[in-house]
Design a protein around this ligand. Structure first.
Ligand code: TEU
Ligand code: CA
Length: 549
């Protein structure tokens, strides 16, 4: 057996719902809570256990809900508090848990706290945000300076993200108590946990020293794993988390496994797990330091996953994702949108579901949804993509080049409506959707894939069942094979009774792969081609073998 202490959120599988684009129940073009309620049976049918709901709190939507103006209210465009209560109740009835997003590194500038704080230098909330007489050189994640001037105070406030997302002052115990009380409010409603947005940025380096400027002319804010980070999280654990049987997942940890241990080591009493994203950075074009078109480097991708898989084993639990609302569609990055669309979609499912850690499936990933063919400004909704558009234009990039970059990077790629059928608006809404529907919906949609026994959707369901039936896939240790191979990602998972071999061809051509001796004749649990594994893998072929020890 293994020495990991079992927990429902380690064994469970998460399905991420970005509510704005999941299902619109009233024809206003915006997905809503009733839409999620209507689709609970579909979610359940996937075999997943936990729904992570992106923010549904009241928000002016500068950053699509990640700018909260009232933490105790539902954004009216998503429905009412009664809808939220009903969602919790119906989900629980079906054995599904609901985890909410907690966005408390910053609030909206339209939150009552900030309005009061910004009104003068001596109001009761004057100290709830970071106010300084002079800005330093830090840049904001979404462009420009990280400081914004407010005449009423003749001071600047810090915003690591957009200027409508002022950073809350975690040094102030009143702020922390206010946050804890929000958490208890939702805890009393019966939610099953939180995903902690930007958790590594709660604590700031209070010297606010300039940092070396990058090509944008600004310095990166020195507020990752700040000096009091773990002090704050331990207090939060003591005062709130320890009173609930919650799933608690931090967005990001340290930059290495070692610096991530304190966040999730059970003896430290902070969070249950973190998910990290460095693997999604491999081959991702960026504009920050020049456009990197170097392409995808499989050995590098494997090395990063290996570092985290082994580096965290025995030190704390992790979650893994290939897609989320900040990413693009995984099939465009690591798979094939042409003739091997199906094969590569299944291959990616196999990779995600057999890594060590809780898998996070993003809505539409189970269908093999693809990136949107962006080609005009009017199609952009995300403020990050909009800022990239402005920056790339300023740098004199040709329009074709800009669109090529945005088609590969814009967060809007994962935010187009869920594709339910081949009818109007992909069955998402009877009204005009808030963002364009991906034209691929004629072929890629739930209804079509339900009918096709060989679909990516059915493969996910099957692979989920295989994972669940094999505890080795959940708790077994990870070992990377053939790290230098530029085509094949192969690894094993092992406990004292069983060993699994997972093999994935990441290319659209044959690849040579010799099965390790001890796995010859082992049982094939799942795979995306009919044949028994041979010495040559087909394009994007994948399989999982199991042997007894
Ligand atoms: O993202 C935080 C974050 O660290 C970003 O770097 C994120 O990785 C980036 O946007 C990817 O392009 C979280 C949320 O997931 C994101 O949607 C929000 O915009 C952000 O916090 C601010 O709340
Ligand atoms: Ca709606």
């Amino acid at each position: 057996m293994h020495n990991e202490k079992p927990a429902w959120w380690k064994e469970g599988i998460v399905y991420q719902v970005w509510p704005r684009s999941f299902k619109d129940s009233n024809g206003d073009g915006i997905g809503d809570l009733r839409g999620v309620i209507d689709k609970l049976d579909y979610i359940k049918s996937l075999g997943v256990d936990i729904i992570w709901l992106n923010p549904v709190y009241k928000s002016p939507n500068d950053d699509m809900g990640y700018d909260v103006s009232d933490y105790r209210a539902i954004n009216p465009e998503f429905g009412t508090m009664a809808d939220m209560d009903e969602l919790l109740q119906k989900a629980h009835q079906k054995g599904l848990r609901i985890v909410m997003d907690l966005v408390v590194n910053h609030s909206s500038d339209e939150h009552a706290w900030f309005k009061e704080s910004a009104s003068s230098r001596d109001n009761p909330k004057a100290d709830w945000y970071y106010w300084r007489d002079k800005p330093n050189n830090w840049g904001a994640w979404f462009g420009g300076s990280a400081w914004e001037y407010v005449p009423a105070r003749n001071q600047y406030y810090l915003h690591v993200f957009s200027k409508k997302q002022p950073d809350l002052n975690w040094e102030n115990p009143e702020v922390r108590e206010a946050i804890y009380s929000i958490m208890r409010y939702w805890g009393d409603k019966g939610i099953d946990g939180f995903r902690f947005d930007a958790v590594t940025r709660y604590s700031k380096d209070l010297t606010f020293k300039d940092t070396p400027p990058d090509s944008t002319g600004y310095g990166f804010p020195a507020c990752m794993n700040g000096p009091k980070e773990h002090v704050f999280l331990r207090e939060m654990y003591r005062k709130v988390l320890s009173h609930y049987d919650w799933m608690t997942v931090g967005e990001g940890g340290g930059s290495t496994p070692r610096s991530t241990w304190p966040y999730v080591n059970p003896s430290k009493h902070e969070l249950g797990m973190v998910f990290v994203g460095p693997h999604t950075g491999v081959g991702r074009p960026r504009y920050g330091n020049g456009y990197d078109e170097s392409g995808f480097d499989l050995p590098r991708f494997k090395a990063i996953i290996d570092e985290w898989q082994r580096g965290m084993d025995g030190h704390g639990w992790m979650g893994w994702y290939l897609e989320n609302h900040d990413q693009v569609r995984s099939i465009n990055r690591w798979g094939n949108t042409g003739i091997y669309w199906k094969e590569s979609g299944k291959m990616l499912a196999t990779l995600l579901l057999f890594l060590r850690g809780t898998p996070y499936i993003y809505m539409g990933e189970e269908l093999g949804m693809v990136n949107y063919p962006f080609r005009k400004k009017e199609e952009i909704r995300d403020l990050e993509a909009m800022n990239d558009y402005v920056v790339l234009n300023k740098r004199g990039y040709a329009p074709d080049h800009i669109w090529k970059i945005l088609r590969m990077t814009s967060r809007d790629n994962c935010r187009t409506p869920m594709q339910w059928n081949d009818q109007g608006n992909a069955g998402f809404s009877t009204g005009k959707p808030w963002i364009e529907v991906n034209p691929s919906y004629q072929d890629i949609n739930v209804e079509a894939e339900e009918k096709d026994p060989d679909s990516i959707l059915h493969y996910w369901r099957k692979a989920i069942q295989v994972r669940k039936a094999h505890p080795t896939a959940i708790y077994g240790s990870f070992r990377l094979l053939c790290p230098k191979d530029t085509q094949v990602f192969a690894f094993t998972r092992k406990d004292q009774e069983h060993e699994l071999l997972i093999v994935c061809n990441f290319t659209n051509v044959h690849a040579r792969y010799e099965i390790p001796k001890e796995f010859r004749g082992a049982e094939k649990l799942i795979g995306n081609y009919e044949n028994e594994p041979g010495i040559l893998l087909h394009a994007y072929e994948c399989y999982v073998l199991e042997r007894n020890i």
